[in-house]
Design a protein around this ligand. Sequence first.
Ligand code: CTP
Length: 440
Amino acid sequence: MPNPGGANDAPSFPLSEIKRLLGEQAASLIDHIAQGAQERDLPLYLAGGVVRDLIMGQRNVSIDLDFVVEGDAISFAMSLAIKSGGSVQEYQPFGTATWTLDSSAGETPAHVDFACARSETYSHPAALPTVSPSDMQRDLLRRDFSVNALAIQLSPRERSGILLDRCGGGDDLKLGLIRALHQNSFVDDPTRILRAARYASRLDFVIEATTDEWMRAALSLLGRVSGQRLQNEIDLILREGRAGEVMLRLQKMGALAKIHPAFRVSSQLPELLERCNELRPPWSSNDINRQALRWIALFTEIDADEARSVCERLALRNKLTHSIVASARLAERISRLEDRSLRPSQVTKILDDFADTSLQAAWLLSVERPYAQDLIAAYATEWRQRRATTTGNDLKARGIAPGPHYRRILDRLRFAWIDGDARSVEEERQLLQKLLEDLD
Ligand code: CTP
């Protein structure tokens, strides 16, 4: 029997496994997309991390579906949306498109990505690639590691299920190896140094010896990578279960210092991140921003001024930079909370400058200082919101000329409540009277 394209000789991936591993809804979405491509005679592939995870027999937790077409990915995504609804965001310069589905529930992904098969060339080390249309076999060669250079063909129908593995990714999955595809891989894209460390920890794989040499030889090029790209990679690392181990590995190899000379992380980072992942400060509601807390945990070894400079290097957004720098300042003050003679109002003065994220971080990161931790919790649950009943308007009504003494008087009244020196409106009134007499 004729065998067009030699499909019967090629290794294949049983498509029934897709349903078993990704669930019925994701599998029928893949099937629907495959049919769309088959009707148009458009070669279509599922590629990258999802294929790696399928071959490993793992569920791809976020069901991140990356499709590659040999042809126009944008118009293919558009045609799917016209037929089945949803919206398409196109990225013309890269020839890629994201199709956001109308309704995503349960195991259906919220969106899927389409790219055209492409080759990449780099004008200089660490440059963004220049992309040119290509075929799937060559597309695999431009990728970071053999275990990510895998694809399952879905269209045309007679080639459906063929596994493309020209870089030995299948063998490396069995051997547990992270292997780069060529000597210049890390020179072209030094962010792959961070990716190698991330995948090695996530998959519990070893970085293959030659890859490790290539990686170390390219370390200094990390200095040329844009802050945004480094930030993206570190953000992905921080979402991993073993993020602390990954960052320590990068530190040991000298990668962090190449990103910024002041960038160093604590040897306790795995435990610190575990607390950020699992503990909840007693006053915190459900909307705790754990990713911001993880970022703060990265900076416990860096003083506030250096932290600002590292944040700038990583192009972190202003709000996160502010939380990190404020947390570094707060950490510098934490030892003052060990003074057992401090009154609640003095604790309040130390903590009043800080937003809730920094207080949460300080609480999470000072587990070995239970006394300070209790004071932070008491401040956040109780003292922070305590106000005197007297207001600025009351002072005005008494005919006191506005000025900086307003704040001083109102603070004194508030602190009296916090310290228990004023326990009733009457006691506050008496104290106010005394403060006003002192003013005269
Ligand atoms: N890729 C690459 N070099 C990079 C980033 C990505 O070669 N610096 C390639 C890899 O082949 C990767 C694919 O692009 O598989 C998609 O990248 P990404 O979405 O970041 O990774 P996933 O494959 O989805 O893997 P995971 O999300 O599990 O990390």
